[in-house]
Design a protein around this ligand. Structure first.
Ligand code: ADP
Ligand code: MG
Length: 352
């Protein structure tokens, strides 16, 4: 296997769409990197540059010590010579070919001997538990099975790097979960350097060894999921990654506390205007603090109780100041409740 080094990558589509700006990241040998960003942020362009399906306008990419593209030096290794496996967003199976021929296709292009092709297709199909489907056409398969065929086709060449572009977007919610587990297990077993791009934060949370968040073609943050969750680099990251979504309230730093209007929270902050982020898990309704460091806020009014999955979230108010808080204790709409705050959960931002 191999590490992938991306250095100062830029891709401009004429006349002036900056799909990627100065993107640098190293994906370690055997690592699973998830690239997370909203639609149009440059994810597909990024992964296509690594596959060699797109030519960057600046920067370079190395597989191990080997440059596969270096704009300045005029190096460009064509996709067929890069030894990457790619799973496309719509899976891109050939509808007129049986599953066997779909999987075998990259090997036929390489002109491998027939018995070798037979052996490899059988092996990968068994590993992905689709060996009984080799005689079917793609239209005769479920979404999950089609996805496995697409993955099998990407893996059959025994690539050094596996690239996946939103591979779960065509699956329903239940299948997504099992497909994620499957992809993670497979990646762990093969120890293959993997880059998966997605707009879905749940994919990212479930799969990433490390996460790269991008927006408008620019890297916002690179780190483990916990690092990104606990120390978001900016307001965009804080709002894009985290479930339930973070509260963002305008506030004023006052030295010893932060003023949110009708609520003052005992967190040190320099004087001046701030955006204050607090996750609903860090401000909660309960009878008593969950941990000794948590501070009691003044009693709040419950405006509304909503549900995120099976977790009740209370919208609690102090005058005009409003926060969404996980409700561990009883929270009746219109009632008054005790609310506690984890001070370390208060994120202060100057941007946005
Ligand atoms: P994502 O996969 O995150 O949705 P893309 O990489 O597809 O984002 O696109 C990033 C930006 O580049 C978008 O503004 C998109 O419109 C633009 N773009 C992508 N491909 C092309 C292309 N072939 N020609 C012109 N603009 C493109
Ligand atoms: Mg895309």
């Amino acid at each position: 296997m191999v590490s992938v080094l991306v250095e100062r990558l830029e891709k401009v589509f004429p006349p002036n769409t900056y799909a990627l700006r100065d993107v640098s990241v190293e994906i370690r040998d055997g690592e699973f990197l998830v690239v997370l960003g909203p639609s149009g942020s440059g994810k597909t362009t990024f992964i296509r540059c690594i596959a060699g399906l797109e030519t960057p306008t600046k920067g370079r990419i190395l597989f191990g010590d080997e440059p596969v593209v270096d704009v300045e030096k005029g190096v460009f290794v064509p996709p067929a010579k890069r030894n990457v496996g790619m799973v496309f967003q719509n899976w891109a199976l050939y509808p007129h070919m049986k599953v066997f021929d779909n999987i075998a296709f990259p090997l036929k292009i390489k002109k491998l001997p027939r018995h070798e092709i037979q052996r490899r297709v059988k092996e990968v199909a068994e590993a992905l538990e689709i060996a009984h489907l080799l005689d079917r056409y793609p239209r005769q398969l479920s979404g999950g099975q089609q996805q496995r065929v697409a993955i099998a086709r990407a893996l059959v060449k025994e690539p050094q790097v596996l690239l996946m572009d939103e591979p779960f977007s065509n699956l329903d919610a239940r299948l997504r979960i099992s497909a994620r587990e499957f992809v993670k297990g497979l990646q762990r077993k093969l120890k293959i350097t993997t880059i998966l791009v997605t707009h879905d934060q749940h994919d990212a949370y479930a799969l990433a060894d490390r996460l790269m968040v991008i927006n408008n073609g620019e890297v916002q943050q690179i780190g483990t999921t916990d690092e990104v969750l606990n120390n978001p680099a900016n307001l965009f990251v804080a709002q894009f990654f985290g479930d339930p979504p973070i509260n963002v309230v305008e506030g004023e730093g006052r030295g010893e506390y932060v003023d949110l209007g009708d609520l003052k929270i005992p967190v040190k902050a320099p004087e001046g205007k701030l955006q204050v982020g607090i996750r609903p898990t860090d401000v909660y309704v309960a009878e008593a603090p969950l941990s000794p460091n948590d501070v009691a806020l003044p009693p709040a009014r419950v405006k509304l109780v909503e549900y995120l999955g099976f977790t009740p979230i209370a919208v609690v108010t102090w005058g005009k100041t409003e926060l969404r808080a996980v409700a561990y204790g009883k929270a009746a709409e219109g009632g008054t409740v005790k609310v506690f705050l984890k001070p370390e959960g208060v994120k202060l931002f100057r941007d946005g």
